[in-house]
Design a protein around this ligand. Structure first.
Ligand code: EPU
Length: 450
């Protein structure tokens, strides 16, 4: 098991290149199960989650060929319908095979994913949506078993107590593309990753209207073909890199970026004092290059994570790390995953002042964090700890970075290209438990920030 050793206090500079969006590429990969032709994807990040889904798809009869920056997927055996617990338990997003499997193979047995560190994550809305399309659904021995000779279009309401569901919308939308008649999804998720899946499905021959709005109208077609598709840039990785610049008082550039996907994040960061300049991208006309300039000290603010177009819950932890250093008192509330605060205790170990109050955290900004041994609990929490370590005085050790590698493509290398100092080394403890104090070097010098 690897860990990061981060020498904090360096200013970042240069150009960072964000990869394709993890949460778009996963349901798009799964959509091959509903297709009769190959799917050629580009802009695919090299992530553990992408490899895990590749393995799961291979176990479902899909040939998966990794290409430079891309994937070629094609169904070679459509008789397989069981998504096994051993793979599904390592990645919740595996549930996105349920809709396409059911729609094309008429039967799906998908393991229930199990517990999650960011809070309670039911799939009742996925099942409700598929049942509305006529699927017979039961849960047996830890597996969802869904069957339907032919799905039929229906009106489905996918709103839940915390808004819509991203992967639930992906599942029902993909299944409905092959249903007989028209499906209307009310309270659909509007996240750019859902739109990206919908656009890819339309390229495959689907007929989906209303992408990016809460009402999707899907006219069923008899089959989906193959296509080539380029995945959107990862807005969460972009936000994480922007916060890396902000937390170190730096000036960097990011390219390619879809600024339209970042409205709430840029607005919040502007209110703290970060400045942005947008120019055309060198990559594609619909992408931009973003110039980020951060002051030495930021202002405190209030943040509430909400479904898109609100502040994404997937940036809540990174923003919390940033606000630990802002001038004044900040409040961070997570309305999507109200218990997603495991990173707060680790930030406190670095000198942050955070008090939890229900689904909110109240943060009194301190002028400086100090390097410490910390432990990642989930993907975005790991990113928050790396960001805090970049700004901290001295050396930090971030353990359990396998969480980070699930969703960030070599973040250490990307940050080092911006002149951070992050070493990836084997964890001598292996288990990820709190490390020996000799990793901390209080006398480590601070470059740049002082
Ligand atoms: N919910 C229900 N019932 C359901 C499904 C969801 O009540 O059937 C609730 C959840 O408990 C949660 C809220 O609805 O409170 C939103 O959950 P959603 O289903 O939208 O989450 P998800 O689809 O499981 C995706 C991302 C997450 C991201 C959330 C919210 C993927 C693969 N995962 O999860 O990404 O946090 O949407 O935006 O797309 C991450 O990348 O770190 C990550 C966790």
């Amino acid at each position: 098991m690897d860990m990061f050793v981060v020498e904090g206090g360096r200013r970042l500079t240069g150009l960072a290149r964000p990869g394709g969006a993890k949460n778009a590429v996963l349901p798009i990969m799964a959509a091959v199960l509903a297709a009769d032709g190959p799917l050629q994807l580009s802009g695919v990040p090299d992530l553990t989650d992408v490899r895990t889904l590749g393995q799961l798809l291979a176990s479902l009869g899909v040939t998966v060929e990794r290409q430079p920056e891309g994937l070629l997927l094609a169904v070679s055996d459509s008789s397989l319908v069981v998504a096994d617990y051993e793979l599904v338990r390592t990645m919740r997003a595996s549930i996105c095979v349920l809709g396409p499997l059911l729609a094309r193979r008429r039967r799906a047995c998908v393991s229930l994913p199990g517990g999650c560190n960011i809070g309670h994550r039911p799939i009742d809305l996925h099942l409700k949506g598929l049942a509305a399309l006529g699927a017979d659904i039961r849960v047996e021995r830890g597996y969802v078993i869904a069957e339907a000779d032919r799905l039929r279009g229906a009106t489905v309401y996918l709103g839940g107590p915390r808004g819509s569901t991203v992967t639930g919308t992906c599942n029902v939308m993909t299944a409905a593309t092959l249903a007989e008649g028209t499906t209307t999804i009310e309270a659909a998720a509007c996240e750019p990753e859902v739109v990206d899946l919908g656009e890819c499905l339309n390229r495959m021959g689907a007929d989906i209207e209303g992408l990016g709005t809460p009402q999707l109208v899907i006219h069923g077609v008899s089959e989906l073909g193959g296509t080539s598709y380029r995945v959107i840039p990862d807005r969460i990785e972009v936000a994480t890199l922007i916060i890396a610049a902000a937390i170190t008082g730096s000036e960097i550039e990011l390219d390619p970026v879809r600024v339209a996907h970042l409205g709430a994040v840029l607005d919040i960061l502007r209110s703290t004092g970060v400045e942005f300049d947008v120019t055309g991208s060198s990559e594609e006309y619909s992408h931009q290059r973003l110039h980020v300039t951060a002051p030495a000290r930021l202002r405190a603010t209030e943040i509430t994570s909400l479904p898109y177009p609100g502040v994404p819950t997937d940036v809540q932890a990174q923003l919390m790390a940033l606000l630990c250093l802002a001038d004044g008192t900040s409040v961070v509330t997570d309305r999507v995953f109200p218990d997603r605060f495991l990173h707060a205790a680790e930030l406190i170990r670095m000198g942050a002042q955070i008090h939890r109050e229900g689904s909110s955290a109240v943060i009194s900004g301190v002028p400086r964090l100090s390097g410490a041994n910390v432990m990642a609990s989930d993907l975005r929490a790991s990113a928050a700890l790396v960001l805090a370590a970049l700004s901290a005085r001295g050396r930090s050790v971030v353990r359990r970075i396998y969480h980070l590698d699930r969703g960030y493509e070599r973040l250490d290398e990307k940050l080092n290209r911006l002149h951070a100092s992050i070493s990836r080394v084997a964890d001598p403890l292996g288990t990820g438990s709190a490390g020996p104090p000799h990793w901390i070097e209080p006398s480590a010098t601070l470059a740049g920030l002082d």
